[in-house]
Ligand binder design. Structure first.
Ligand SMILES: Cc1cc2nc3c(=O)[nH]c(=O)nc-3n(C[C@H](O)[C@H](O)[C@H](O)COP(=O)(O)OP(=O)(O)OC[C@H]3O[C@@H](n4cnc5c(N)ncnc54)[C@H](O)[C@@H]3O)c2cc1C
Length: 425
């Protein structure tokens, strides 16, 4: 069997594939791997752009480990392979919701938290920050429950699959809520002038700058008492399926064939940006469909360095005369206490660069990466980057503690792979 990720830039051939349906099945797989000198790893839905999910040993598939195990008050425990899409629906049926989430809902809960998947939030952080408890199978085959106050909890929430196989995740949830989504066009210059106000005035700020133009699409989401005013199914289809995927995909394909047209394509896209608003169930506002395949690199920089990071990125694209169709996306997050969260210990801004899948990405990503690392940036664990343990040890204050815990829990490196060897040493 060949495993290939969503972006089709990572693939590997595990020696064996299993689909555990219980914690006991996971324990058996871990013990079998240890006894036969092989490695073992559970994969999510392959939405990481890095090789973080690959293994040459036993690959555990997540699809038989899904659903809610228990729900009480503001705590809901789900099996680790539950897709976020399913979790949202199960929570909604109970009048509950996650406080914040990323752009899509295809990932499994374990896969998403293991790489630090995040959305944007002034007060609420990424998915790992909403975790109240973890259950995982350790390298010795024991089943551990990690709770707040323990090192294992702070390490394993964003654990890269390096500390064990997660079998269940308990989330702290909230009563279901509505979000008021506003989309408006602003110039990058206006954004630079009002960055602090935009981030402090909105619960969720997300903006997209179109390279080769001064135009940005600014999305703000704030809680709303109701009533809901969702876009009509036709409008939702027009925006999210047709414009953001079909038309955008065609524009990207045209740009890939005729790169000289890209600045003009982006100008036309910028001119088409208009204002709109809706009020809808939180997860429907947070998330969208992504059909156009791309490669992505995302860096977390200290929040106060965002303007510099963006200005330098814009200047670099113009200086190098690159042709970039995909917008540069900016999001924010409050400080996190998960040791390997990209937002650990600091108010954070995320700068994400995307490239249409068949287009060469190396020069663009490396050029932007030089800027981000100079500003103390931390790469998203699931998105492309070239950093190694020596660099990461300098930008994560608890990196050495994570590595020491891994040495203690998995001295034989049952859970490692090439990517973890690079980033953890
Ligand atoms: C279209 C698209 C949109 C995206 N949007 C966002 C976004 O808005 N915000 C963001 O931060 N990221 C985003 N990402 C990145 C994505 O959320 C992460 O890469 C995430 O880790 C993918 O989850 P997955 O379920 O596909 O896991 P995989 O990529 O399959 O695996 C990720 C890691 O989790 C480990 N893992 C999986 N299950 C377990 C388990 N049970 N126990 C232990 N380890 C496990 C794997 O071994 C691997 O190390 C996006 C990616 C794509 C392709």
């Amino acid at each position: 069997m060949v495993f290939t990720n969503w972006a089709r830039n990572q693939s590997g051939s595990p020696a064996e594939v299993r689909a555990p349906a219980s914690v006991a099945d996971v324990v058996r797989a871990v013990r079998d791997a240890a006894a036969s000198g092989r490695r073992v790893r559970m994969v999510g839905t392959g939405h990481s752009f890095t090789g973080v999910a690959l293994t040459d040993g036993i690959m555990l598939r997540p699809h038989a480990l899904t659903g809610i195990r228990s729900a009480a008050g503001d705590r809901v425990t789900v099996l680790a392979g539950t897709p976020l899409r399913v979790l949202n629906e199960l929570l909604d049926e109970r009048g509950l919701a996650l406080a914040n989430m990323g752009d899509i809902t295809e990932q499994t809960v374990a896969g998403a938290i293991q790489t630090g998947t995040h959305g944007t939030g002034r007060d609420s952080g990424g998915l790992a920050d909403q975790v109240a408890e973890l259950e995982l199978v350790l390298a010795d085959g024991s089943v551990a429950t990690a709770v707040p106050g323990e090192d294992l909890f702070d390490a394993a929430r964003v654990g890269l699959g390096a500390l064990g196989v997660l079998t269940a995740v308990t989330f702290r949830v909230e009563p279901a809520f509505l979000l008021h989504n506003r989309r408006r066009k602003m110039s990058l210059r206006e954004i630079f002038a009002s960055l602090d106000e935009l981030t402090s005035a909105n619960e969720h700020l997300d903006f997209f700058w179109l390279p080769h133009t001064d135009a940005c699409l600014v999305k703000t989401n704030n809680r709303h008492p109701g009533p809901a005013r969702p876009p009509s199914p036709a409008k939702r289809w027009l925006d999210n399926v047709f414009l953001e995927n079909t038309v955008f995909g065609a524009a990207c394909a045209a740009g890939a064939r005729f790169p000289g047209l890209i600045p003009r394509i982006n100008e036309v896209s910028a001119a088409a940006l208009g204002d709109s608003e809706s009020v809808d169930t939180s997860y429907k506002i947070f998330t969208a469909r992504r059909d156009v395949r791309f490669l992505e690199m995302e860096y977390a920089v200290p929040r106060e360095r965002l303007a510099q990071a963006l200005r330098e990125t814009r200047d670099l694209i113009e200086r190098m005369d690159w042709r970039i169709t995909f917008p540069v996306e900016v999001r924010v997050a409050p400080p996190s206490d998960a040791w390997l969260s990209t937002a650990y210990g600091r108010a954070t801004a995320y700068v994400a660069c995307h490239i249409y899948r068949p287009t060469p990405h190396t020069a663009y990503f490396e050029g932007v990466e030089e800027i981000m690392t100079r500003l103390g940036g931390r790469p998203h664990w699931g998105k492309l980057h070239t950093r190694d343990a020596a660099y990461l040890g300098k930008v994560y204050p608890r990196f050495a503690d994570f590595v020491a815990l891994r040495d203690r829990l998995d001295p034989r490196r049952l859970f490692t792979n090439d990517y973890l060897d690079l980033v953890l040493g």
